[in-house]
Every structure is written in C-alpha cells, then in structure tokens.
Design a protein around this ligand. Sequence first.
Ligand code: NAD
Length: 288
Amino acid sequence: MATVLKAAPISQQIVEDLTKQCSLLKNNGCIPCLKVILVGAHPPSVIYTRNKKKFMEDIGAECEIIALEEDVSEDTFLSTLQTYAKDSSVNGLFVQLPLPKHLSHIDVGQMVPPEKDVDGFHAQNLYKLMAGDKGERALLPCTPKGVITMLKYAGVNLEGKSVAVIGRSLIVGKPLSLLMINYNATVTMCHSRTSDLKKITKSADIIVAAIGKAKFINSEYLRESGDQILIDVGINHDEFGNLCGDIDQSDVEDKCALITPVPGGVGKMTIVSLGQNLIAATKIQMEK
Ligand code: NAD
C-alpha cells in the first residue's frame, strides 16, 4: 500500500512559520497586504479566492478581494489593476483566472510589478526560474512550488531522478519541469501529442499528472516494481460529481510507493505557496 502524502501536516508547519514571520513584519511596521482582483462570479474562482483570503487572514496578513462585474470594461479593469500595482501599501497582487472572454487577451501576469507578483508569472520571475533559480531570488509559480515543498517534506531527493511531467501549461507543467531540472532531476515533459506515454511513465521514478482529465492515469501507466512516486495535480469531478484528480487513486494505491491525494494534496499546497510568496514579496519591498 502506498504512503499517502497529505498536505495537512506540511501546511500546519508552514502556517506556524508564516504566522511568526507575519508578526515580525508587523512589529517592523508592515502588515503584509494582498489584493486579489476577481472578475465575475465563476463559481470555482469564487471558492478559490475565498480560500486564499481565509489562509492569509489565518497567518495574520491582510487580504482584500476586489470584485468587479463580469461585464466590467477593459479600461476600468486595467485602471483598477494599475491602481493596486502602484499602491505602495499593497505587497502582493494577482488577478484570479480565468478572465471573461472580452478580457482574456490581456497578459495580466506582466501587468503586476515583479516584486508584487505572488503568482510568479511575471517574465522577470519566470526568467530567473529558467536561469536556474529554486526560489532564492524569484517568486515561483505557486503550484510547482507546492509540489517541491511536498517532496522535500517526504524526504525525496530529486537529484538524478527521472520525472515524467504530464501537461505543458504555463501555470503547472512548464514551470514545474524547469524547477525540477533546477533540482537536478531529469525531466520528460509530456503532452497531448506525446507518443507512447506509457513507455515514458513506466520508466519514470516520479510521475506528475497535470492534465485536467479525471482519473486518466491508472495502473496501466505504472511499472510492476511498485516503487514510483505519483503527484496528482488535477482537480476534476468524476461521473458522480465528486472531486478527483488526474490519477485513478484507487486503481494505483497498491502499485506505487507514494501518492498525493485529491482533495487534500497539491491544491492545498498551492495556497500555502501563495502565503509564502506574499511574505517573501513583503520582505523584498521592505528591503528596497
Ligand atoms: P491545461 O488544460 O492548461 O493543460 C493540460 C495539459 O495536459 C496540456 O498541456 C495538454 O497537452 C495535456 N494533455 C491533455 N490531454 C493529454 C493526454 N491525453 N496525454 C498527455 N497530456 C495531455 O491545464 P492546467 O491548467 O495545467 O491544469 C491541469 C490540471 O491541474 C487541471 O485539472 C487543473 O484543474 C489542475 N490544477 C490544479 C492546481 C492545484 O492547485 N492543484 C493548480 C492549477 C491547475
């Protein structure tokens, strides 16, 4: 039976640390402050932003959700974003995606100053990641950062490991592949046009599923030895409406060594990483 690597104990440790750091910053006259711009009422986005706000308040930071109407004009959206980008009392800023169709052409990641970019999507932060940074100077994208935090907690040394990352999105697959390379793993980035995916996943020490297809990875993708580590990034619903990942957890649980659950796995760590980035961003701005 695989070890289930849950986020809860990891999150608890980090919350304690972030709460202390927040309190120290407050004693130095700065309450870390996050602004989240939410356009419309896309139900998952409303839940995600609410969870992020609760997490920030739990560690003692301030968080405000700036709710704009679904049909907000491009001018109003941009001027709102610019107001908070320039406001020196705001330490972290991001736009909850997805945006409605009429705003989806805007590259919001580049409109948030790099030192407030708690999502880690600004070109300057992504360049540092590409240049080998493991988070020393860059604000890293939250989901990849959360995956690395989980692996470190579990004592997994990435050096020399072969990793199959399935999915090449800008928010998960690509930055996570780069980050794992920075930890000296050998990464194969797979996607919808990859041929013979099973051959690649069977030869990997670690499989990361970031596909967006419920229970896509099953035991047919694993080797017989039962020694593989499975990271499930997916957040989907199964045919009964229950939350599930990209990995068929019940099919693989006795055929791998370690697995992250859904829910209670990478999703929770994404919010934890956001909290870590807010504290890091606040410190960067205080040092300036
Ligand atoms: P995306 O739709 O942008 O990318 C999906 C990727 O999967 C693509 O690169 C595509 O090439 C690949 N893919 C699709 N079908 C495939 C197939 N048959 N074989 C191999 N690759 C295939 O998705 P995303 O934004 O990266 O999200 C992926 C999943 O992770 C979703 O379920 C999303 O909800 C979830 N997610 C979770 C978190 C978290 O905090 N846990 C954060 C972001 C995304």
